[in-house]
Design a protein around this ligand. Structure first.
Ligand code: FAD
Length: 291
């Protein structure tokens, strides 16, 4: 089913993100993760696409998206980056996706890799959205950045480019993680003001360790509110306490977002079903209530 149809139910959607197993891990680890996540009944599960755009059979997001649909009977969304892909690569992957019945694709530019010269067929996610829209058959989502993308000169141009991505065919947006809901609400105001009317899911990442958050902040530039920074400082040497506090913080963010009428919450599970279960047990009823 297309994610755009799921949004027609008149309630916020609750979705998960997973990544393919590490190259050194047996592929069975992902079956185990999926079995456990599936029991939490998300509306859909998305699977990320390798950072350099390089995939092997074992780590193939197409295989994993198929598994989500066929084994878990849950809707799947496959991420697809284009910065290191030619038109022929995209044609091959999209034909395979169509054959497998994968209907939802999150179109992405991907990050520039210092040691790989980018291909020139697609410069931005917008170009991939336009290309796949012309091909037809997919429901396209795009990424958005409540605090602005790191490459953007300012928030206003960031929203302008986002509008172009939506106009090119994205019917849903998923946000980068953020730790202060005010950034998300301000972003929503800017997006709606710019005429972006599609549903926008809020990306929530629970903290599992100080190093994980530090790595994410370096990658995406999310700000740390004082309350969050204090929490990390206080519990950095107590892993269980830090995780407990992180789960409570994520639940708090989600309760506020749903109460404010968010279209959806996308939980970055980091392939940790235990963590996803703790959060889901506390918030699942919120997603059953209408908007
Ligand atoms: P774009 O929308 O193309 O934007 C990139 C930059 O270019 C932005 O600064 C934008 O403002 C600017 N821009 C856009 N259009 C134009 C234009 N026409 N002219 C000038 N500037 C323009 N990475 C992966 O490798 N694999 C994944 O699976 C993955 N999943 C992600 C999921 C989510 C929800 C998010 C938020 C990010 C994900 N990323 C993933 C990271 C993402 O690929 C990077 O953030 C990347 O740097 C930008 O990708 P994008 O699709 O948002 O790019």
């Amino acid at each position: 089913m297309k994610i755009s149809s799921l949004f027609e139910q008149g309630r916020p959607l609750y979705s998960f993100e997973i990544f393919p197993p590490k190259r050194t891990a047996p592929v069975e680890t992902i079956y185990h993760t999926l079995e456990q996540l599936d029991g939490l009944h998300p509306d859909f599960i998305s699977v990320t696409f390798g950072a350099a755009g390089i995939i092997t059979d074992k780590h193939n997001p197409l295989e994993i998206a198929t598994m989500i649909k066929e084994r878990c009977h849950t809707e799947a969304m496959m991420h697809l980056t284009c910065i290191n892909s030619s038109r022929a690569d995209i044609d091959e992957i999209s034909a395979d996706a169509q054959q497998r019945g994968i209907e939802n694709i999150l179109v992405l530019r991907g990050d520039r890799m210092p040691d790989i010269a980018p291909r020139t067929d697609f410069r931005y996610a917008e170009d991939l959205a336009a290309y796949l829209s012309r091909r037809g058959g997919f429901c396209l989502s795009g990424a958005c950045y409540p605090e602005g993308h790191l490459d953007s000169p300012d928030l206003q141009s960031d929203i302008g480019y986002l509008r172009r991505k939506v106009d090119a065919g994205c019917s849903h947006l998923v946000s980068q993680l953020f730790f202060d809901n005010r950034f998300f609400y301000d972003f929503l105001d800017r997006a709606r003001g710019a005429g972006i009317a599609v549903p926008i899911s809020a990306g929530i990442m629970p903290v599992t360790s100080k190093s994980q958050i530090e790595k994410m902040i370096t990658l995406c530039g999310a700000s740390l509110p004082n309350k969050f920074a204090k929490m990390m400082q206080r519990y950095e040497h107590y892993p269980q306490a830090l995780m407990d506090a992180g789960v409570a913080y994520a639940i708090d963010q989600i309760i506020d977002l749903v109460a404010q009428g968010v279209d959806g919450v996308h939980l970055y599970t980091m392939n940790n079903p235990g963590l996803a279960r703790r959060i889901t047990d506390s918030v699942s009823s919120l997603f059953k209530a209408g908007k």
